[in-house]
Structures are given as C-alpha cells and as structure tokens.
Design a protein around this ligand. Structure first.
Ligand SMILES: Nc1ncnc2c1ncn2[C@@H]1O[C@H](COP(=O)(O)OP(=O)(O)O)[C@@H](O)[C@H]1O
Ligand SMILES: O=C(OP(=O)(O)O)[C@H](O)COP(=O)(O)O
Length: 393
C-alpha cells in the first residue's frame, strides 16, 4: 500500500479523529453481528496504547441527515466497551459544544464515540463546513472505515483536507489483501452479487463484466434483470428505471463471453414477514401477488457448480432474506459452496458476512471483507475516495 498508516506517525498526546465503519446489523436494538466492531479493534488498541486521545466516528444505517432514535450508536458504544474492556464515552451529538467539551476533557488513552455522523445533513453531501467542524476536534485523521471508503462524505473524505490523514490497520489489510487477489486474478474468476442495494450494485456490473468469467446474480438484485428479460416478477424488489441498464449489461455479457446467470427458481411469499407461507416456483411462474425472497434449489445447484470450479470467487450480497429462517437456505447453500471452493474466496458486505457467520462457515473463507460496495468498487478498478485522501508514502 502506498499510503501512510498509523505506524508512520506519532500519535502520543494527539487528538485523533478515527473514522470507523460500525454500521452493524441490528434487530430491535440488538447487534446481531459485531464483526465490523471487532475488525476495528487493532487500530483502536494501537491508538490508545500509544497515548492518543481517540475520537471515533461512524454512521449506522441511512438516517438521511435526521436524528433517528433507533439509529443512535448507544448499543455500539456498549459492545465496543465490552470488547475492549475499557470505558467508551458516547456523546448524544455528532458535533457542537457538547462534543468539544468532551474532547477537551480527553486524556491520553481515552476513547470518545461521536453520535451517528449521518444524523448531520452535511455528512453525505461532503459539506465543507461539517468537514471543518470535524477537523477542528482533532490533530490527526485516521481512516479505518474500509466499508465506507467508496463514499465521499464529510467524515470519510472532506475532513482530510484539513488534517494529516493516514490509514488504520483494517484499511491497510483490506487494500492489500483485495489488491493482491485482484491484480492478476486467478481464473475462472466468479463474482456473486445479491442483496437489496440494487441502485448501488447495478452500477458496478458494467466494469465487472470486463473482469470476470462468471457473474451470478441472486437476491433482490436479480428481479430487475429477470424483469428486463421479460419475466413477470410480481411484487419482488424492482428498480424499474434500471431495466434498460440491465438489458445493456446482459447484452455486454453475451458479447464478451461472460456467463451471466440469473435464478431459475425462487421461494416466494405474499408478504415480507418471517412467518409468511413460502412457496417454491420457477421464475417464469412468480404469481402476481407474490415476491421472490430466496433463490430456489435448482438455482442453488447451478450456482454451486460454477463456484466449485472457480479459482477466485468474490461474493457480495445475500441470495435472499436470510434474516427470516425460511428464506435463508439459498444464502446458506451459496455460503457452503464458497466455503468448499478450493480457490481464493472473498466475501464482502455487512449482511453477507453476517449470513456466513450465522451459518458457521466463516473460518473456511479466504478473506472476510468488512466492505461490500467498497470491495466491489475496488474490484472494478476504481480509486476509493476515502483512500484517495490519505497521504502517500
Ligand atoms: N429477494 C430479496 N428481496 C428483498 N430483500 C432481499 C432479497 N434478497 C436479499 N435481500 C436483503 O438484502 C439485504 C442485504 O443487502 P445489501 O445491503 O445489498 O448486502 P450487503 O450488506 O451484504 O452488501 C438483506 O437484509 C436481505 O434481507
Ligand atoms: O454497509 C455498508 O456497505 P455494504 O452494505 O456495501 O457492505 C457500509 O457501511 C456503507 O453503507 P452505505 O451503503 O449506507 O453507504
């Protein structure tokens, strides 16, 4: 990595603004997977052990510039404190007087966690005023939020214009591991994409088609492609304005000889609920009143065959609503196939990683990345804004 890291700077006595990605999955206020918190511990420990005054900042969910009570970082502060065995003070504000007062009282080795940065309207706009307000709190900026490095926001990019900026250990490890795998990918190279962030993910497919041999599309994302092929998808997740793009990508895949595979069967239900009665249908037979919530057994088998013969597999986004047991099997089946693959395997994304952990297969995966969208953009060959702002060696 050609960026400076926390090993290259003296942090003792310095106020360090450390952007982390604590965007963890929650179920009724309970953290269901703390992988992203654990992944940031080496950097946080390094900073405290070396006498920094640590100011942690993260987003949680997508509150869109407003205070959303359920998205406060309070449970995250508690879990972090347990994991570190050290008290972590959390502010109820993200910037402003209360925060400045807390920062002024920090001693070497103390940790302060700011409230959700996305409660501020300026965060996602990369507002210069908010960037300056963040920068005013600190002497050094550390970016360890690999999962959010593809966003040019005030706490991931703007702040670095005002402070010396270096990478944390997690950021460094992710960039090195993913960089190595992607530089000269072993082939066949297979990408598996699913999940619900259709707008974000559909954009990366264009560039992926220049890199991969196989592209397996499942989860919520698949219905926009199925619909673009003329299949009726009922009430399934759909981005109607992306249909043309999906068509263009399928044509491009054909021209380039990339095998682009979509589900052939689906587990459907008439409502989005854990106890919704599930029905198995071929994708051509999705009833008008139903939505696809998982890939079916035929699809699982086809996907697994491709995965088993791949030398490099990158997976981002669950194949179904795995949070509901009856719609989890497709995701677990793909997880098992990835775990059994003898090539290099990489899984990225908060929910995909949570799914793999839930199925007990995490140990068998080559690299568990904390970034879904971020790893996909890296795979496309893009420079991530949160990395671009860090100082070169
Ligand atoms: N068919 C589907 N319909 C609706 N939501 C889906 C479907 N398949 C998967 N999902 C949802 O996608 C979410 C994860 O999407 P996303 O954030 O894009 O993945 P990741 O966090 O792994 O990058 C999960 O909460 C899952 O329930
Ligand atoms: O969960 C995240 O991304 P991911 O779902 O692609 O892994 C990151 O925390 C970024 O969140 P965002 O996609 O709301 O900017």
């Amino acid at each position: 990595m050609n960026k400076l890291s926390i090993l290259d700077v003296d942090v003792r006595g310095k106020r360090v603004f450390c952007r982390v990605d604590f965007n963890v999955p929650l179920d009724q206020g309970e953290i269901t997977d703390d992988n992203r918190i654990r992944a940031a511990l080496p950097t946080i420990r390094h900073l405290t052990v070396h006498g920094a005054k640590v100011i942690l900042a993260s987003h949680l969910g997508r509150p869109k510039g407003k205070v959303v009570e359920e998205l406060r970082l309070t449970p995250v502060a508690e879990r972090l404190s347990q994991l570190l065995g050290q008290s972590v003070v959390k502010t109820d504000q993200t910037v402003g007087e209360e925060v400045e007062k807390e920062v002024a009282g920090l001693k070497e080795g103390d940790i302060l966690l700011l409230e959700n940065v996305r409660f501020c309207p300026g965060e996602e706009k990369n507002d210069p005023e908010l960037s300056r307000a963040f920068a005013k709190l600190a002497d050094l900026y550390v970016n360890d939020a690999f999962g959010t490095a593809h966003r040019a926001h005030a706490s991931t990019a703007g702040i670095a214009e005002h402070l010396p900026a270096v990478a944390g250990f997690l950021m460094q490890r992710e960039l090195e591991t993913l960089g190595q795998a992607l530089q000269n990918p072993d082939r066949p190279f297979t990408a598996i994409i699913g999940g619900a962030k259709v707008k974000d993910k559909i954009g990366v497919i264009d560039n992926l088609l220049d890199k991969v041999d196989n592209l397996l599309i499942g989860g919520g994302l698949s219905f926009t492609f199925l619909k673009a092929k003329g299949v009726e998808v009922g009430q399934s997740l759909l981005e109607s304005e992306k249909l043309d793009q999906a068509r263009t990508f399928m044509k491009k895949a054909e021209q380039k000889g990339v095998r682009l595979l979509l589900p052939v069967d689906a587990v459907v239900a008439t409502s989005f609920a854990p106890d919704a009665p599930a029905k198995l249908v071929d994708v051509e037979a999705i009833p008008q009143d139903s939505m696809g919530l998982d890939i079916g057994p035929k699809t699982r088998e086809v996907f697994a065959d491709v995965i088993h013969t791949s030398k490099l597999v990158i997976w981002n986004g669950p194949m179904g609503v795995f949070e509901f047991d009856r719609f989890a099997e497709g995701t677990f089946a793909v997880g098992r196939a990835v775990a059994a693959c003898t090539g290099m395997t990489i899984i990225g994304g908060g929910d995909s990683v949570a799914a793999v952990k839930k199925s007990g297969l995490a140990e068998q995966v080559g690299h568990i990345s904390t970034g879904g969208g971020a790893s996909l953009e890296l795979m496309e060959g893009k420079t991530l804004p949160g990395v671009a702002v860090l100082q070169n060696k």
